[in-house]
Write a protein that binds this ligand. Structure first.
Ligand code: ADP
Length: 449
């Protein structure tokens, strides 16, 4: 059993974990940079430790500083949240060597899924359908051209170590392949220190549908249904919902079984998300995230399951608190990612929040670490909150979303709330008639096909 959990993160996700700890009676430790002295996670945790200067490289990403904070406070477990060190296999490994429980999967699984080429090969081995593409890494422009010619254009050149939509380049025709290959490689090298790339068929009108799984160390793997995360800007999710309007119970159960069988097959531990593109009734694996995701509350809303609590249970060697048969999906949930950004240009808008009032009421959840008088530091991600609404039907959920958005009062910084207000009356959005390109067309960033 763990006796004290250190949260190696900040912002809303640090609060999310602190809340679960408190409800389980486990003391929590916050870590923070000097830029986050007055942050809410520092105030709400039982203890806090300053781990370095503002730059994330020297604070939230500093493994020695976090290990030292564990030693000072006697924390015997670490929850990494998402981002930062959450998918760093070395971090998981080092914690293990210090007899500190990493609340997440094994270092081996993080490593495997962090290399998207290896992950795809593993997916094929485990019987998960994948996007057609190159057989592993593509090393030269000539090879890239040959793969494209064989598969048919357009194709996507993707970084093996990619994440956050970076290191991805499309080649519409053979004429573009050399440039796509070269730029994807150099972007990948600069962003991830690894220039390995691979090629996938570029799907024209897919949706992004991901399956949430939870697994324990007793051989149990349960899926918690899907999230539809097709509304994206620059390959980054903006709004997520569950269930997806394009899946029925049979399709959900079918893909859920494929995924849980695969998880049992690889002895996966903890929560994870298997991401797919979905087109013409078929699923195509793109990657697996071996951590809690930003959009996990959507699943919590429709299942009533506390995913962080389950993560902690599994890390302690306990069984999941539910079986597949216990999982019942109820109603519809939508999450809006609220960023401190200009809603038209998406330029970050850090600064002091003069007034903050969050929406509330039945079926409304607001996960955020901001407060009136809080200064958003310019050093980190611009996500300042997530609004999650839940109702019996999608139609009721949209009504509730509109009502909740209208209750916000955030003065002092710009936010992306107006984007959601603009989206709500749109007929395609109301009918969930969209694919992964739809939002960028709606935003005037690209032409409709
Ligand atoms: P990252 O790890 O950078 O998030 P992913 O492989 O998860 O990269 O892809 C992110 C997004 O990029 C997907 O949700 C989708 O919108 C787009 N994408 C990825 N692969 C393809 C593909 N083969 N065809 C079309 N779009 C794709």
């Amino acid at each position: 059993m763990v006796s004290k959990i250190l949260i190696a993160n900040r912002g809303e996700i640090a609060l999310r974990v602190i809340r679960a700890c408190r409800e389980m009676g486990i003391p929590s430790v916050a870590v923070h940079s000097t830029a986050d002295d007055t942050a809410m996670h520092v105030r709400l945790a039982d203890e806090s430790v300053c781990i370095g200067p503002p730059s994330a490289a020297n604070s939230y990403l500093s493994i020695p500083a976090i290990i030292a904070a564990c030693e000072i406070t006697g924390a015997d477990a670490v929850h990494p949240g998402y981002g930062f060190l959450s998918e760093n296999a070395k971090f998981a490994q080092i914690l293990e060597e210090h007899n500190i429980t990493f609340i997440g999967p094994t270092a081996e699984h993080i490593n495997l899924m962090g290399d998207k080429i290896a992950a795809k090969a593993k997916a094929i081995e485990l019987g998960i359908p994948v996007v057609p593409g190159s057989d592993g890494e593509v090393k030269t422009a000539e090879e890239a051209r040959a793969v494209g010619a064989e598969m048919g254009f357009p194709v996507l050149v993707k970084a093996a170590s990619g994440g956050g939509g970076r290191g991805m380049k499309i080649a519409l025709t053979e004429d573009d392949i050399e440039e796509a290959f070269t730029t994807a490689r150099s972007e990948a090298k600069a962003a991830f220190g690894d220039d390995a790339v691979y090629i996938e068929k570029y799907l024209g009108k897919p949706r992004h549908i991901e399956i949430q799984v939870a697994c324990d160390t007793h051989g149990n793997a349960v899926h918690l249904g899907e999230r539809d995360c097709s509304l994206q800007r620059r390959h980054q999710k903006v709004l997520e919902e569950a269930p997806s309007t394009v899946l029925d119970d049979a399709a959900r159960a079918k893909i859920g079984k494929i995924v849980t069988d695969a998880m049992v097959g690889m002895s996966y531990r903890g929560v994870g998300t298997v991401e797919f593109l979905y087109e013409n009734g078929e699923f195509y694996f793109i990657e697996m995230n071996t951590r809690l995701q930003v959009e996990h509350p959507v699943t919590e809303a429709i299942t009533g399951i506390d995913l962080v609590r389950e993560q902690i249970r599994v890390a302690q060697g306990e069984k999941l608190s539910f079986t597949q048969d216990d999982v019942k999906f109820s109603g519809h949930a939508i999450e809006c990612r609220i960023n401190a950004e200009n809603p038209e240009t998406f330029t970050p808008s850090p600064g002091k929040i003069q007034t903050y009032h969050a929406p509330g009421g039945l079926g409304v959840r607001m996960d955020s670490a901001i407060y009136s008088g809080y200064s958003i530091p310019p050093y980190y991600d611009s996500l300042i909150g997530k609004l999650i609404v839940h109702a019996e039907t999608r139609e009721a959920c949209l009504m509730r979303l509109e009502r909740a958005l209208g209750e916000f009062a955030i003065d002092g910084v710009e936010t992306t709330i107006p984007l959601f207000e603009k989206l709500l009356p749109n007929e395609d959005f109301r009918k969930a008639n969209y694919d992964i390109h739809w939002l960028e067309v709606f935003l005037g960033m690209k032409e409709a096909d």
